[in-house]
Write a new protein. Sequence first.
Length: 418
Amino acid sequence: MNFFQNIISTLMKRSVKSKYSGLEDFGVLQKDISKAVKSVMSANGEVSSLVYAEHLLELIENKNDGELITFLKELKNNYDIDTRALIDEVKNYSIEKSDENLKKVTLASEPGWHEIFRRLNATPNGTYRLVKLRERIKNLKDKSLDSFETSLLKLFKYWFNPSFLVLEKIDWSTPASILEKIIAYEAVHAINSWDDLRARLAPSDRKCFAFFHPLIPDEPLIFVEVALCKKVPESINEIIKIERNVINPEHADTAVFYSISNCQNGLAGISFGNFLIKKVAHDLKTSLPNLKSFVTLSPVPGLMRWIEKNDPDLHEKCINGQVNNETFLKKALFYLTKSNRQDGLPNDPVSRFHLGNGAILEKINLNADNSKKGVSESLGLMVNYLYDLDIVEKNHELFFKTKEVKVSHEIKSLNKTL
């Protein structure tokens, strides 16, 4: 990452320098945001384009929510697809299917704001600022702005192609600025103190890995926390408690992915986790050949909401501590292996993620997370998903063909006995 940081730092210095040198050569920087947009779209030179785009991005960022909504609606009206021109270009292409006519169809089918976003992306730290802009647009919850969110997502899928991502190990020697973000972005098991963080990063049998993008090297995109164990743990407390016996990583036979957190809400809709888990698993297998099993210890965040909706009486018994384990486990098994969804995919979002990655449902653990959050979401139940690196890609393909939840022999036996 130091190599990438040096490159990006140099590029940003050049961009910033061009921003402040010779501004008089570019004319007036318009305070009216509509005129500023026109300046961006009409700029022909590379430097002038950067200057105008940087100015426009600052104007956008300084808008309050109401002003931003108004601006985006005007942008949509003024720079939407010209449907008449598109129809004409399609007709021309139907008559003569040349490369030139295809280019014209492609250009006519793209709204003008795509080009605006591309030009904004070229500004200093523009990529990250656009990620934050999409996050802000999502939070506005205005359906008329969905096209902007979709357009930005389409662009991000190109800009954040997995081949561009850099895998970095996060440990106790990582700069504090990054560690602070790991604490803030942890979405599964809260990190409540620096001692808590140290217990997850400093011991030799605990690992953390994150994906970064070279254009935003100070912001993790997603990270996964891993525990090296001698067996599959049955509770999260075994993994994250501060005082415990550390094992030699060479003696571990199981790698447990116990927390995976997406860091940028503006990148929602781009699946980094699939690549991250498989990349980390392969890297760990290479460095620690004694590892035989790669499993998760995963929450089941939708279980109690689903029970409340589908079996209110059982939900009442659960929250009052009156449910027996067999009844609860039977309901949980149905939730995890069957589907009430129209698309036929698993009910639980974490299940959809791991099964979609090619994992199998390996084991169910009662009373595995007795935190307030764990109890409220799943009455403390957690799940192990198994990643068999030899067949994970085959499982991935099969799952999306059949939507069948692949389960272990233990789960099959459990299903028969309940």
